[in-house]
Design a protein around this ligand. Structure first.
Ligand code: SAH
Length: 400
């Protein structure tokens, strides 16, 4: 028998319209939830049926609604149906031989909040965002084995605390992937590691931004890539004919990982600069030396603390942009990105405005990006549409 939980009357409309995330504030007595993974029948205060879901703690939520069908049980068939639908929606991706890494299942966007599945050239990586959703592992692994051509399956458990990764052997079943595994994205090679910690080496949600850099932004331009991680933006810029790239990341591993991404594309590593340093420290030096770049990519994490600096996107992005503007040639372009769900599009726009205002320059937004098509989101759940990327041209100085 499922546990019954009631939605407060003031939240009823939102849930009837399809809002999938169960939150403490919306439930009449969330204290009733004890065991992660337990199944829930969600009803209104009057006892009208809204849906079935499960209990799992993750960020702001305490669970997800999985179905609004009163006669549907949460069993293997439900997971099969959701996976088949998700795969069907992405048939164009499965057919595209120039891009072999993409998201196959995007949590609530595909009907099961708390879990995502990515395809890396036939090896699938499942990410579990709560202990609760992890209870469905057998169903989901079985569905993958039955309805996809997966060669091997890996998993990332992101529920140690607040979405943190549980250090573990991530291999689940099938064949193990080579290390590195080379995947393709719009014809470009990318080296990924499926069993080497929380991250694989690329962020699949930036695919369209990388393509834009390669296809029509980087040619004959000098490109500075900050918070560069494995240098994916730099590699696409170089593939697009950049006159030079400079990648800056504070993590020691970024030097070897970035060199590797160039090598697997047969690009000469010697002509690319890879700098291991704190971006804010690097900015000070670069400003002193009056360095200028034609294109600067800024894609910081939502929060970061290094030995020397702390950064919070919601608080410090305007300042970061202002310093970025100083290093960008007038007429040059800044690609400003944030994946912080807590920083709204509107607020991010106001940061851009503020930064250029303080820098004393005019600007023009040339293009903007959101999540790509394989990162399916729900209109009823705008928080899930977290990626905001603006391509901004730095124009002439403001007249006094
Ligand atoms: N833009 C990258 C992803 C960035 S992930 C891409 O598209 O692939 C965030 C990166 O920021 C991490 O590699 C981390 O090491 C780095 N980082 C965090 N704080 C930093 C700082 N203050 N200076 C430089 N790098 C930083």
């Amino acid at each position: 028998m499922d546990k019954t939980v009631k939605i407060k009357q003031s939240f009823e409309k939102k849930y009837r319209q399809g809002y999938p995330l169960l939150t403490e504030e919306a439930l009449v007595s969330s204290g009733k939830l004890h065991e992660e993974g337990e199944l829930l029948q969600v009803v209104t205060e009057d006892g009208d049926f809204i849906g079935y879901g499960y209990h799992g703690r993750q960020n702001k939520g305490v669970g997800w609604i999985l179905t609004h069908r009163e006669h549907e049980a949460i069993d293997q068939r439900l997971f099969d149906r959701k996976l088949i639908e998700a795969v069907g929606r992405r048939s164009a991706f499965f057919l595209d031989e120039t891009t072999t890494a993409f998201r196959v299942f995007n949590g609530e966007g595909d009907g099961i909040g708390g879990v995502t599945i990515d395809n890396y050239a036939g090896y699938y990586v499942i990410q579990w965002y709560s202990r609760g959703v992890y209870q469905f592992k057998d169903y989901i692994v079985h569905a993958l084995q039955t309805y996809t051509d997966c060669i091997g399956i890996y998993e990332k458990k992101r529920f140690a605390k607040k979405g943190e990764y549980v250090e573990d052997n991530d291999f689940v079943s099938g064949e193990e992937a080579p290390s590195p595994l080379i995947v393709k994205e719009n014809g470009v090679n990318l080296a990924v590691y499926l069993n080497d910690g929380a991250m694989t080496g690329i962020f699949l949600d930036q695919r369209e931004v990388r393509k834009m850099l390669m296809d029509h932004l980087a040619a004959d331009r000098s490109v500075l890539n900050t918070f560069s991680y494995t240098g994916a933006f730099s590699v696409f810029a170089a593939m697009g004919g950049a006159s030079g790239t400079t990648s800056v990341d504070v993590a020691n591993r970024s030097l070897e990982k970035t060199s590797e991404q160039f090598r697997v594309n047969h690009l000469p590593v010697e002509s690319q600069k890879i700098i291991v340093d704190d971006v804010f420290v690097y900015y000070k030096r670069a400003t002193k030396r009056e360095e200028e770049y034609d294109v600067v990519v800024v894609d910081p994490p939502s929060f970061a603390r290094t030995k020397k600096t702390t950064f919070s996107a919601a608080k410090d992005y305007a300042k970061l942009l202002k310093e970025t503007i100083a290093l960008t040639r007038t007429g040059g372009t800044i690609v400003a990105s944030t994946n912080h769900a807590g920083l709204s599009r509107k607020k991010f726009r106001s940061f851009i405005d503020q930064a250029f205002d303080e820098a004393g320059h005019t600007y023009r937004i040339v293009e903007q990006f959101r999540l790509p098509e394989d990162f399916v989101t729900l209109e009823e759940f705008p928080e899930g549409n977290y990626l905001k990327v603006y391509v901004i041209e730095k124009l002439k100085a403001k007249e006094a």
